[in-house]
Design a protein around this ligand. Sequence first.
Ligand code: TA6
Length: 294
Amino acid sequence: MHTITRINELDAIVIEHQDFTARILLQGAQLTEFTTTQHPENWLFVSPANTYETGKAIRGGIPICWPVFGAFDKNPEPVKSSFPKTLEQHGYARHAIWTLESVKPEKDHISIALSLDAAQLKQSPKLAVQVLFTLSEKGFDIALSTTNNDTAPITFSQALHTYFATSDIHQTSITGFSDCDYVDALTPHWETKNQHGDITFTEETDRIYKTGSNCAIHTPNKDFELRTSNSNSTVVWNPWIEKSKHLSQFNDDDYLNMLCVETANALDDSITLLPKQTHTLKLQTRIIKYRQKQ
Ligand code: TA6
């Protein structure tokens, strides 16, 4: 059911079930591949430019941005005062080697738990995080639980930075955010704007929507449904033509076949934990419609 394999410098858990397959890198507890018998193409985008080197972020799959989302200085004051100012973009979780806690095969699904402890990594403050993947022929579910093991309140931000695959970004849209406010991260002062109708892609897009509502991603040959819990912010990102040329681990034309829809707790939706409190961010992804390839 599961084996540990190596991709260049990185170890990965490979799941081979009769109804689904998956691959999770121990570095970053990063799900990079998920397929089902009914939908055998990787549901996730992973750039062919990745080199799978220790300490290098992998572009694709589901990077876990933790214990901060985005650039440190763009976080709210309570987050900035909880962490050292040297914290890198999207935090340290995606570069760290997570501990494989358990692999529990059941009849029609498998649960895989991995954990990371700030104290063990000599990071402060003392937060601990566990990610639980529940995989089945229906799709993948993720629960990201953070516990405050320190003695003072901690405010943190996070995101499941999911790269979804599409056969053509020009024929891809997102429904579920109409009339929702969003922060446009491409404006100098991160202006707040309002979404009119479906989200479509015609240029670089980098937005933090002020909702965690369920949404649907419509691609030429399949529609994904995303259901979330304990999230009131969703990041939508596509680097488009110019930014793609300057991104590491990414080909110039990769923007044509990916979009990030990130289940988050970002900006005003950052989370404050009292000592011993736990917060769990959840995402459930299903394919709700598919069209045979033309
Ligand atoms: O989630 C959107 C974003 O914050 C973009 O601004 C872009 O920086 C993207 O993440 C990728 O970040 P990375 O650090 O992986 O290059």
